[in-house]
Structures are given as structure tokens and as C-alpha cells.
Design a protein around this ligand. Structure first.
Ligand code: ACO
Length: 309
């Protein structure tokens, strides 16, 4: 759905959206739910890897737009794939969900207890944004992406990580807030199901806290900034990426971007970007490149992984 198409349903313009965010279009699911998108990713990963569904040990789905709280989206994907030997669970960390999940999956594999696992970031944001609020609904899109992890060698792929959270600032980005409403409740508070955002506060958080986190993680991994081949950051806004590149004094072209085509797909943004970078040959998957993966968003949550892939 292009920015122009949105002008038919709300008072907005391509100029406003693209100049502030870089977003030109987004994909909106008509009828598919989060588990449908995530299942397709799982099927593609199995086909590419040649693994059978029964060989999977675990499935993690990072999402803030699950089909339901119970069963989890990951449980639905497990059934759809026929991954009868896998345990599965959702992980809620908004736009940091993929990075958090990858860090968790890495530990599961590194423990020696599990050999093969899938990590998927999937969000159907179009069902949780308030379509009467033009300041948030234009920013988001629906999507899913993922990776398959295998225990193949003793050499770690994640060479440093730093995951962060600050629940005290959580109120600047919220969704699906529900109140106790039993016959015994003493208050009359209403639920706030749709996404709400203080855009300025989120922007400031992203450009203040996230570059520090990237530098700290690079330092842990003994990787100088110049040695990073690509920075794959959560795709919220091109202005955030521009500022990030300036703050890190790094060539802007190393910050890959595709939010112009997909909008902000929350937990799906980094794996979609990664998948496209692999398809285009920018990322080779031959162990020769150092890549920074950084998520940031609701919670507040943020985190960086330095990976050698
Ligand atoms: N179309 C046209 N006008 C709009 C729209 C729209 N879709 N939305 C808001 N406006 C109007 C507002 O009503 C306001 O009008 P007014 O001045 O007459 O009151 C005006 O545009 C300015 O609005 P601001 O919110 O001040 O615009 P700002 O320059 O701050 O940009 C934005 C807003 C793009 C959301 C910015 O704050 C931002 O990039 N924040 C980062 C947050 C983000 O990317 N969040 C994504 C989710 S979180 C995450 O992924 C980390």
C-alpha cells in the first residue's frame, strides 16, 4: 500500500510521510494472520536448509501481534510445519524481538542441548495500529522473516552482545494494555488495545541510547568501527539511520535500509533486511564478514549483536 493509497482513507500525504520517515509504501495483510506469515518463513527456511521439520529442536517467534496469547504464535507455526520434536514459544520485545530471540537461540545451541532451531520475527502491525490515528498508522507495515540456526562448529557466530531494557520509559510506546475486569475489580479503567506512541520520545531514545549500545558491543568484541561490513538496524525511520551514521562517524552506505518499501515491520524488520542482503549478495554467509544487528523499540528495549557470518 503506497503513501498515495493512504491519502484515500486519511488526511495525509506522500510528502509528509516520506520526508519524515523515508517510507514510501508498506505491505498490509488482507486476511493472513501473524502465524500465516511466520509459517511461510519457516517453510522457506526448511526448504533452503534441506532439513526436515522433525529435525527442528525449537522455534522462537518474536512478535507483539500474536494470533492469540494462548496458543502462542510459535505453537501454531510448530503445528503448521509439522515440527513434532520442537518446543516453541513467543518472545515479546517489540522491535528488539529478533535480536533478543537470536541471542536466546544462540545460548540454546551453545549449551549443547539442541542442534537445530528457527528464529522468526513476525508482525501484523495493521491489526494493532489505530487507523484513525494518522501519526502512527502510516509508519507500520506487516511482514515476517527469519533464520535457521544449526550447531555446525565450535566457532561462535555471535562474537559479542549487549541487550538492554528500561521499563521506566515503557509508557512512551504501548499496545494491548488490558485492565483487571473481574466482578471483584474496584476501578473502571478501560483497555487500550491499539498502539500508542510518543514519537519524539522514541526518536530521542533511538538516537541517544542506541549508538552507545553499538559502540559498547563493538568494544566487547574488539571490533573497530571500520571493520564492520554492514549495520543492520531496526527499520523505523531513515532519519534515525542518518543520525546514527553521523553519530558513529560511519559511512551511511553501510547502514542498509528497506523501510521505504516495507515501513516499520517491528520484529520482522531486521530479518527481512538480512534476507534481502543475502539475496543481493551484499552479505555472503561465508564467515568473512562482520555484521552489526541492532534492535530498538517498545519496552523500552534495545540491543546489539556483533556477528561473524
Ligand atoms: N500526515 C500528515 N500530517 C501528520 C501526520 C500524517 N500522517 N501525522 C502527524 N501529522 C501532523 C501532526 O498532526 C502535526 O501537526 P500540527 O503541527 O498541526 O499539530 C505535525 O504533523 C507534526 O507532527 P510531529 O509528530 O511533531 O512530527 P515529527 O516531525 O515529530 O515526526 C515522527 C513524527 C515521524 C513519528 C517522528 O517523531 C519520529 O520519527 N519518531 C520516531 C518514532 C518511530 O519511528 N516510531 C516507530 C515505532 S517505534 C520503533 O520502531 C523504535
Amino acid at each position: 500500500m503506497t503513501n498515495e493509497a493512504l491519502t484515500k482513507i486519511m488526511d495525509t500525504s506522500d510528502e509528509w510521510i516520506s520526508s519524515r520517515t523515508g517510507i514510501r509504501q508498506r505491505h498490509i495483510s488482507v486476511d493472513e494472520n501473524t502465524s500465516d506469515l511466520a509459517t511461510k518463513v519457516g517453510q522457506q527456511l526448511l526448504a533452503k536448509s534441506g532439513l526436515q521439520a522433525e529435525e527442528l529442536d525449537f522455534i522462537i517467534v518474536a512478535t507483539i501481534s500474536p494470533d492469540s496469547n494462548m496458543p502462542s504464535t510459535a505453537n501454531i507455526v510448530q503445528a503448521n510445519l509439522g515440527a513434532i520434536n520442537a518446543f516453541s514459544f513467543d518472545l515479546t520485545a517489540a522491535c528488539s524481538g529478533f535480536v533478543y530471540s537470536l541471542a536466546v537461540a544462540d545460548k540454546l545451541i551453545a549449551s549443547g542441548a539442541y542442534k537445530n532451531g528457527i528464529v522468526i520475527g513476525a508482525d501484523v502491525m495493521s491489526k494493532i495500529v489505530d487507523w484513525t490515528d494518522r501519526s502512527t498508522s502510516v509508519l507500520f507495515g506487516d511482514g515476517a522473516g527469519g533464520v535457521l540456526l544449526q550447531a555446525l562448529s565450535e566457532t561462535p557466530s555471535i562474537i559479542a552482545e549487549s541487550l538492554k531494557a528500561d521499563g521506566k520509559r515503557g509508557v512512551c510506546l504501548t499496545s494491548n494494555r488490558t485492565q483487571p475486569s473481574s466482578p471483584f475489580s474496584t476501578h473502571n479503567l478501560s483497555d487500550e488495545l491499539y498502539l500508542k506512541m510518543d514519537g519524539r520520545a522514541v526518536f530521542d531514545f533511538a538516537v541517544r541510547d542506541v549508538p552507545k549500545n553499538i559502540l559498547e558491543t563493538l568494544e566487547k568484541s574488539d571490533t573497530p568501527l571500520e571493520a564492520v561490513d554492514y549495520f543492520l538496524l531496526h527499520q523505523a525511520n531513515t532519519r534515525i539511520l542518518d543520525k546514527m551514521a553521523r553519530k558513529l562517524k560511519t559511512d551511511r552506505s553501510k547502514f542498509l535500509a528497506n523501510m521505504q518499501e516495507y515501513g516499520n515491520t517491528t520484529a520482522a524488520s531486521i530479518p527481512i533486511l538480512l534476507s534481502e542482503a543475502v539475496a543481493s549478495g551484499s552479505i555472503k554467509l561465508d564467515g568473512s564478514q562482520k555484521i552489526v544487528l541492532t534492535g530498538f523499540g517498545g519496552g523500552l528495549t534495545w540491543g546489539t549483536l556483533v556477528v561473524k557470518i
